[in-house]
Ligand binder design. Structure first.
Ligand code: HEM
Ligand code: HEM
Length: 163
């Protein structure tokens, strides 16, 4: 499979980033707000599915070809290893959210109620194994994005670009 051109990689990166951050925000708003909003749940599912499916496309390119060329220069083997590990996790954790999110909907058999707006709340998902995985993966992803954004800011301030 051919590699994506640089502009394609960047477009994919920023589209996935915007969708993922919006899915995190709507997910936490959903579970921390009273009363329950069926529209917020539907918005979350749309954003989460789009983010997860695009992350799957990016992972397929990554596995079939290679990771995009780095933008920032790294100065030690440790820095390079941490960067590679964090980027790999940022590619894979959204897939866990995709699978666990779909798992919750399938196991709770709530798709029809979500579609017609009659789901009364989030009780249908409470205690389901994919719900525990979804919550843990969301927290891990939020922490990784925080670390990743700080690293990008740090590199950008030092103007440590590869070219
Ligand atoms: C404000 C948020 C973000 C900023 C400022 C940012 C910035 C960057 C920059 C500058 C790079 C290039 C680093 C290099 O290779 O030298 C990069 C790469 C990467 N970022 Fe982000 N990013 C953000 C959000 C995200 C989010 C939300 C995700 C995942 C859900 C993500 C996943 C990745 C991945 C996987 C790479 C490696 C290259 C690739 O596969 O596209 N980033 N990011
Ligand atoms: C990158 C994609 C996604 C992200 C970042 C994300 C993030 C989140 C977050 C942060 C929460 C709240 C968790 C908490 O309070 O601890 C949540 C809840 C939820 N998400 Fe997602 N999600 C994504 C994809 C999906 C998908 C694809 C589905 C279903 C198809 C889904 C279905 C749900 C449901 C049903 C809840 C409520 C769970 C409960 O009541 O325990 N999510 N999500």
């Amino acid at each position: 499979m051919a590699a994506l051109p640089v502009t394609g990689n960047r477009l994919l990166h920023w589209t996935i980033a915007a969708l993922t951050i919006s899915a995190l925000a709507t997910g936490y708003a959903l579970t921390n707000n009273e009363p329950f909003s069926p529209n917020l749940l539907r918005t979350h599912l749309g954003l989460g599915l789009s983010a997860g499916l695009l992350a799957l496309v990016r992972t397929i390119f990554w596995l079939a070809k290679e990771a995009p060329q780095p933008v920032f220069a790294v100065h030690s083997g440790l820095q390079q290893a941490i960067g590679k590990g964090v980027h790999a996790a940022l590619r894979l954790v959204p897939l866990l959210l995709l699978v666990s999110g779909i798992g919750m909907i399938v196991i709770s058999v709530s798709l029809e109620k979500i579609a017609n707006g009659t789901l009364p709340g989030l009780a249908a998902f409470a205690g389901l194994p994919p719900a525990g995985l979804h919550h843990a993966a969301a927290l891990l992803l939020a922490a990784l994005i925080g670390l990743h954004s700080l690293a990008a800011l740090w590199h950008w301030q030092r103007r440590s670009f590869t070219a």
